[in-house]
Design a protein around this ligand. Structure first.
Ligand code: SAH
Ligand code: SF4
Length: 343
């Protein structure tokens, strides 16, 4: 069974023709999908016989609001969505002066096991379909009565470990008859799956690549991110340089500041030497402490010192605004809590 929401217009058309139905039905069905329907029943002008036929070949994915939290500080909204098979994922909507940004999930859980990450601690359940990624955006837009203009793939899961579905999602979401959110308004964050960074570069898309670096050398990085034992920093940097070369896009490096682990002046100098001269930007994020982890946020002076030192290497670094800190708005935290409450 295929997810109808993951299909392109041409694929819907192909399906309709193969079912011996008139071609104009494809347009109608596609319009319903784009209105974000959650079932065949909602497709008003489609005959019952066609709905029945369709339901033999495909289903419509959903992201149903199971829980919603609104930050009292900054109106950040965090959703816990329930999928058709009962799995839960999270998404966060943030409001900036230039519009609304949604942070969506790409997998249920994650295989990568980063030690500071709540999702990493939950293990991996399954990949999301492209349609399930779209559904998160549609549901949030409808619920908040807004139009979302920017997307970040920074929720649960590693997008490049679900490569084909994520590529399909990127194409669907930027399709003008679909949600019509341009590639320049999309950021994909990865822990560093090197071969896939090369594949992505060869597509020459105008999305922003965000690389979760979090440490300036292999020893330190491997102690928090197991993926570094598979693709080390040297290989990762070569891939990132290739990406910049092919796309001409500024890459951003995510660096979670962990007290006493990766936040010394010598780490800042090492980072400066590693990335100097690259078309890049550094986002410093005070680490969010997740349950079962000893990592604590760096002190403020460490952040300032990092910014200072990096600027000596010609690198701009900013501290990521921590939105929604009262609602556990960092990936995987809400789901973990929810499970516990329900026990
Ligand atoms: N798997 C992808 C995208 C999802 S994680 C990746 O790792 O890049 C999104 C971002 O949140 C990553 O930069 C990740 O390192 C960071 N992150 C995860 N847990 C965090 C925490 N507890 N505190 C701060 N940042 C965290
Ligand atoms: Fe997975 Fe990203 Fe969390 Fe690492 S930080 S475990 S790659 S979701």
């Amino acid at each position: 069974m295929e997810d109808l929401k993951s299909m392109t217009f041409e694929e819907v058309q192909g399906l309709i023709i193969s079912l011996n139905e008139p071609k104009f039905r494809a347009k109608q069905v596609y319009e319903w999908i784009n209105r974000g329907v959650n079932s065949f029943e909602e497709m008003g002008n489609i005959p019952k016989s066609l709905k029945e036929k369709l339901s033999n070949y495909c289903y419509i994915s959903v992201a149903i609001i199971e829980k919603k939290q609104i930050s009292s500080y900054d109106n950040t909204v965090k959703y816990l969505f329930k999928l058709k098979d009962g799995n839960f994922i999270e998404a966060v909507v943030m409001s900036y002066h230039h519009g609304y940004t949604i942070c969506i999930s790409t997998q249920v859980g994650c295989k990568m096991g980063c030690r500071f990450c709540a999702t990493g601690k939950q293990g991996f359940t399954r990949n999301l379909t492209a349609g399930e990624m779209i559904s998160q955006i549609e549901t949030a837009q409808r619920d908040l009565e807004i139009r979302i203009s920017n997307i970040v793939l920074m929720g649960m899961g590693e997008p490049l470990d679900n490569y084909n579905n994520v590529m399909r999602f990127l194409d669907l979401v930027s399709f003008e008859k679909g949600l019509n959110i341009g590639k320049r308004h999309i950021t994909l964050s990865t822990c560093g799956i090197v071969p896939k960074i090369y594949s992505l570069a060869d597509r020459k898309m105008q999305i922003t690549l965000s690389v979760s670096l979090h440490a300036p050398n292999d020893k330190m990085r491997s102690s928090t991110m197991p993926v570094n034992d598979v693709y080390n920093i040297k290989e990762l940097m070569e891939a990132v340089r290739y990406y910049i070369d092919k796309t001409n896009r500024r890459v951003s490096f995510e660096y979670s500041m962990i007290d006493g682990v990766n936040d010394s002046d010598s780490s800042a100098h090492e980072l400066g030497r590693l990335i100097k001269g690259m078309l890049c930007h550094v986002n410093l994020i005070p680490v969010n402490t997740v349950e079962g982890s000893d990592y604590r946020k760096s002190k403020k002076d460490r952040l300032l010192s990092f910014i200072n030192i990096l600027s000596k290497y010609g690198i701009t670094a900013t501290v990521r605004r921590t939105l929604g800190s009262d609602i556990d708005a960092s990936c995987g935290q809400l789901k973990g809590k929810y499970r516990k409450e329900r026990r």
